[in-house]
Structures are given as C-alpha cells and as structure tokens.
Design a protein around this ligand. Sequence first.
Ligand code: PLP
Length: 422
Amino acid sequence: MDGSARLYSESSRITPGGVSSPVRKFEPNPLFISKGEGCIVTDVDGNEYIDLCMAYGPLITGHSHPVVMDAVREQLSKGTVYGAPSEPELELLRKLTTNLPSADMARLSCSGTEATMHAIRTARGFTGRNGVVKMNGGFHGAHDAVLVKAGSGSAEGMPSSKGVPQGATQYTRTVEYNDAQMMSDLLEKDRDIACVIMEPALGNVGVVPPEKGYLEEVRKITSENDVVLIFDEVINGFRLSDGGAQKRYGVTPDMTTLGKVIGGGFPAGAFCGKREIMELVAPQGPVYVAGTFAGNPVSAAAGLAQIGLMESDDNYRKLEDRSDRLVGAIRDSMRDNGVQGCVNSVGSMFAVYFGPTEVRNGSDAEKADRQMFGRMFRYALDNGVYLAPSALEDCFVSIAHDDDAISRLETVFTGFMESVRQ
Ligand SMILES: *Cc1c(COP(=O)(O)O)cnc(C)c1O
C-alpha cells in the first residue's frame, strides 16, 4: 500500500469520507500532498504532478511564490491575529475599494461562504425583502439559503442537502444562466426579491462565459426592479482582471463577494458594495456580521503580495496568452481525434466537457459525460498531471505554469484524446 492509501485508510475512519471538503475525494483514494511549489505538487510518496486544480482557484501566482512567502514571513514575525484593526487589513481594503468599480466600501471575512452569506443578509436588510435569485449551477458556498435544488424560476426552492430546513430555502429561486428573459419574468412577477446573486462567468459547472449583452441585460433588469445585483466574484475576482469580471465586462453590480485569490493561499473573503448598502453593516448599521479571524493580517499580507505580483510585469496578459495556447491545443486535439465535446474558457480558467458541443448554462453542463471525465482524470494522473477530481470543476492556470509546463500539459491532453480517438 502506498503512503496516500495508508493515510487515507486512517483519515476515512476519523473524518467523514476521509477529506475536509467533498470535492477532494476520488477512488480509490485521494493523494495526500506533502508539498506545493510553483505549478508542481508532490505527494507523500514523492510523485510530482503539474497542478491544474491549484486549490480550486486561490493560487494565481502558483504554490508558495517567494514574494508571497516573504510577505507572510514578515507578517508572521509580528503576530498572527490581534482581534483589533491592523494595517495589512486596511491596505487590502484600500486595494479592493480602489480596484473594484462596485466597491465604495468593503468588509473582510475568512471565506467565500461567509462573504456570500453576509452579502445576502445585507441585501435583505437593505431592501426589506426576502427573495434570493441564483443561477442553476451557481455555487455560493455551503450555507443554507443557497443550498437549493435547481428548479423552475418561480417555484419555492427545495433544499439540495439534508439538514437544511425548507424554511431556509423557501425564498430562494433559480433561473438559467444566459437567459435574461427568464430573470426578467421572475422579477416582474415576484415583488419580494431582495437580490440576484451570480458569478459573472460561471465557474462551478466548469466554465461558462456570459454571452454578449447578457450581463448588461441583467444589470438593466435588476435596476428596473430595484433588486440588489450581487456579483459573486470569489473565483472571478482578481483572476479575470485586476478589477474582476466587472471591470473585464464593464458591468458594475451593487455588491461584490470575493475570496480565493484575495487571500494569496490563506483563508480569506470579502464583500463590498455601494456606500448606501454597506453602511447598513454592523457596527455602523443594523445588519449583524462578525468574525474572530475576519481581516486576518497574515491572509491580508499574502493576498496583497499576490495581487501586487499580478499587477506587475503585464502578468494578466502573459497568463492569459499561455492559457489560450493550452486551450487551443486541447480543442484542436479533440477535433482531430473526433472526440465529441467542447472546451469553455475565460482568461486563465477553462473546462473540458465531453458530450455536449456547446455549454451555455448549468443545464447544458449537467449533460456532460462524467465517465469520460473520470477517464481523463485518471489518464492525467498517470501522466503526471493533477486535475480537480470531480467533473464540472475548473482547470486553473497560474503564472507559475511556464512554457515548459504548458507544452507538457498539451502533450498529456493530446495523448488522452488520441487514446479515446473515435
Ligand atoms: C469557492 C466559492 C465560494 C465559497 O468560498 P469558500 O472560501 O470555499 O467558502 C463561493 N462562491 C464561489 C463562486 C466560489 O467559487
């Protein structure tokens, strides 16, 4: 038995499923990682893999970038948490409110889940309404109000998890992404909607980019109905540009949630918005939100260092060029080998779907062939590439994926498509 299998047999006895978050599990056992450096992760048995999972998004500058590590060490020498305001947190707040068009004010949290939970509460407090509209296939963390089954627009939301009371999801409605008409019909009929929460580019059913004009329509519909538009940029933020998807697409929401990249590999989150909305947050206003580790100075130092790196040296453009090259090679090899499916991408995130030749919303993504994905995952692993184990997750490219790594990835993806040639 190898080291990962041995550790997993122990962990699966003492934590449910043997993992700390469900998507990490795969058969026969997940790899236990002992080191991450640049674009490479090493497992406890000493096997090295080019990482395209990249912790599901935070590591846009790669694992343990020396500049990020130095910033962390510098902060560590001064302490880890104070329970009082500190300069790193102020500096991160400054960065968010400067870069994001929607952010007059921001509040830091420790995770994306907290950020979306608090943003929804704030939107409800601001409007005095209850309803929450999300996209089919939109993921906003693991709290009750957003754990709903996809259903038809106006139907009462049903919990997608045991343990979530029906009362917690009864105000949640689901609409299809890239379908502005469906959203418009719902908002005009249901006058109790507080907010629409959505990823500008979906990143939790693989990657689904907004069609031309869609986000502009969403902005118009929500404004006309006085509904708070929340862009959940936990993945998109500081990945799709230094001002997030909202800057890339030129559409400004009322509120924004952030996480992943802004923590530089440490736990972090934030929600931001217009001044008149954010002023409702405690202690300035009556919407209660709190956290022992919120605004953690180590996370802030790491996040700032990572964002600083991305803003220098034309790094966003370089990153996207490399990502585009890889995506182009995968598309070509699918076509050349007659493999049915498509590759969706935005910036440095992409997803390979087997089966559907077009994926423009959550329902299309659901049709993807998971068994074929499983085969690709296994082939990649056997050839030194670590993908997110579950289908409908994304591949994330970082600035640490240099030309050599991209070439190696092209070879592995092409090799797989040849092996399943039709
Ligand atoms: C990851 C993610 C979250 C949850 O963030 P955590 O830090 O895992 O709690 C929320 N929204 C989106 C869009 C995400 O991708």
